[in-house]
Design a protein around this ligand. Structure first.
Ligand SMILES: [Zn+2]
Length: 306
């Protein structure tokens, strides 16, 4: 069970996510938007008012928007933000609790190339571990009609996402829809990391090497089984980072690090040399089985001593 969310905790987390995404360079000017449903509701959401830099957002500055676009708080929401976010929350309020929209550079770069030059016409190729988080979980919208300024276009984008967590629109950018804000932030961060690796790999001119389908599936399932745990720990760690950087941010709770990503039974302490050897022996391709590196044990022992 996660912690009980309140409007106050949702405001704290959303303001922290805005500031962290600014720090990570995922924003543009005073544009783009990130929103979260007010806990206990399915049709009103918190979002930053138009005109604030993401680095200026505080819990109090977030405005509350109702289904008719009426705003509670100091400021206004731009038309595009309302049409996109109200539609995405409304189409599936259980899955789309948090909706993040950015034009972050590496992912957007992959939205502006011809997709028929890409393996399987997928803009995010399953070529690195981070990409596998999104295996079979991205929808591609190859239609771009300019700014989203009417309900029809917002609903079209929302409907196109279906059950997927990620939507990429040609010529535009990314939409992340997740059941918690922590998961949405984690997705946004790792999607950009995957896109960065892919863009760098493509810049070499060499073809991308894709991961086998069965490996994609197993890695995705492993991520899914721990997704909220990983995501919550990531967001809490980022909040501590923000607190260290700016001690005037009294509103930032400082959640302590807790637990680890290791499942029970896995090694959670430094292994002794003999344990390293035993662990490696269980792998079918261990150097010793292959008869390679006759001094392998000595080398390992040397490393342990260093
Ligand atoms: Zn946009």
């Amino acid at each position: 069970m996660g912690k009980v969310e309140t409007e106050a905790s949702a405001r704290d987390d959303l303001a922290a996510v805005y500031r962290m995404c600014h720090k990570l360079g995922l924003n543009e000017g005073v544009c783009n938007h990130m929103s979260v449903l007010v806990p206990g509701t399915s049709d009103r959401f918190l979002v930053a008012p138009y005109g604030l830099l993401w680095s200026e957002v505080t819990p109090e500055s977030l405005v509350l928007v109702d289904p008719k676009g009426r705003v509670v708080g100091d400021g206004a929401v731009d038309t595009s933000a309302f049409e996109i976010h109200s539609a995405m929350h409304a189409v599936n309020p259980e899955k789309n609790v948090a909706v993040l929209h950015t034009h972050m550079p590496y992912t957007t770069a992959l939205c502006v190339i011809q997709n028929d030059t890409l393996p399987n016409k997928e803009r995010i190729a399953m070529c690195c571990q981070n990409a596998l988080r999104f295996w079979n979980d991205i929808s591609y919208d190859e239609i771009f009609r300019g700014w989203v300024l009417d309900p029809e276009e917002g609903l079209r984008l929302a409907a196109g996402l279906k059950e997927k967590r990620v939507g990429l629109q040609k010529h535009h950018g990314v939409f992340i829809c997740a059941p918690t804000l922590a998961q949405a932030f984690d997705d946004l961060y790792y999607l950009e990391q995957a896109a960065k690796v892919q863009v760098l790999a493509m810049s070499t001119g060499a073809p991308l090497a894709l991961v086998d389908e069965d490996v994609c599936k197993s890695v995705k399932e492993a991520f899914d089984s721990e997704r909220e745990n990983f995501a919550r720990q990531h967001l809490d760690a980022r909040k501590r980072e923000l607190s260290r950087d700016d001690k005037t941010l009294k509103w930032l709770a400082q959640p302590k690090a807790k637990g680890s990503r290791l499942a029970q039974g896995q090694h959670s302490r430094p292994m002794k040399c003999s344990e390293v050897v035993t662990a490696c022996d269980t792998a079918s391709q261990s150097p010793r089985e292959k008869g390679e590196g006759g001094d392998w044990l000595a080398a390992v022992e040397g490393l342990v001593k260093e």
